[in-house]
Design a protein around this ligand. Sequence first.
Ligand code: SF4
Length: 399
Amino acid sequence: MTEITSTPVRQVRPATEGWSQKLDAEGRPLLQFGSPKRGKPPVHLADLTAAERVERIKELGLPGFRAKQLATHYFTHYTSDPDDMTDLPAAGREELVAGLLPPLLTEVRRLETDRGDTIKFLWRLHDGALVESVLMRYPGRITLCISSQAGCGMNCPFCATGQAGLTRNMSTAEIVDQIVRANRALAAGELGGKKRGETTPERVSNIVFMGMGEPLANYARVVQAVRTMIAPQPEGLGMSARGITVSTVGLVPAIKKLAAEDIPVTFALSLHAPDDQLRDELIPVNSRWKVDEALDAARAYFDATGRRVSIEYALIKDMNDHGWRAELLAEKLNARGRGWVHVNPIPLNPTPGSIWTASEPAAQAEFVRRLVDAGVPTTIRDTRGKEIDGACGQLAAAD
Ligand code: SF4
């Protein structure tokens, strides 16, 4: 008689390393949706609509067209320095600029990769809160990964940002200013790696909301910031909505709201597991909105916008990289139709001794093969996290 032995499938369960998650009254990981009350950042031109800017200028006793001049300096020339604004009368210029373009982000530190084609900025906000953005050069595009909150209330067990909880929501202008500051650095030639003959304009072309925070938990300010990004210059940054990716761990009501906004941004769902049993532990917000609800909302986003949705899936060794999970994911996606979704498996950094470590290359290849065999478009992402940790728990991919 032959004894049939099968290798048991290893299942590593998500757990924090070196810290404990804050729990709610029922003993589940605490989720913070509301922003703690803190002193508000100063109101900035980028917080206001074009009409509000004119109104504000008139309140100061100045002609309305000054609003457009200031917006041009800020959104087209990326400057908040009164000395650059010689088209404004010298008398009162400093006060006008101080009132409408107050400093929002103070650079604390910058880290660059060896080749200089990635810069990670650490910014201090007016109240001392710290946030990050990461500027990356790719062939034919320049991507900025931005933060939408100081800290984060989603409490994911793998995440450095989530450990301290949510400090506060960022204002619209604080979100936008990350891009203006990055464009200023680009205009000054500070991002390396430019190839000879490279014709890409030296400005940020793509945005991913994969820095600190859950963007849809700061919904109104994030949407207003996106509107400012796509507004034509000089009223905004004149960016293409298609180059902007809004990602979420799955705040279903907010996904539905975003679908109804009529802004064709790229939408990404950070899924990381197709089954509730694992996802409840991996992404605590799954206790509120389950995998199927999040996928239904993602499909509805496609229906409303015609924009193909991205599913982000960090491959973690023996935790979520099993072949059966690839099949379950494919089944759930195909059950909602074809041609509406794309899966981006994200290879993690190998982290010796940690449970949060990279899948074996063979497991990764098998995971992708099963998705592709099931007809699901799948592309492994190149992540700059290999060199510099992104925020979002280092699981973030940068498009
Ligand atoms: S992984 Fe993203 S959503 Fe989760 S706690 Fe970290 S920043 Fe928040």
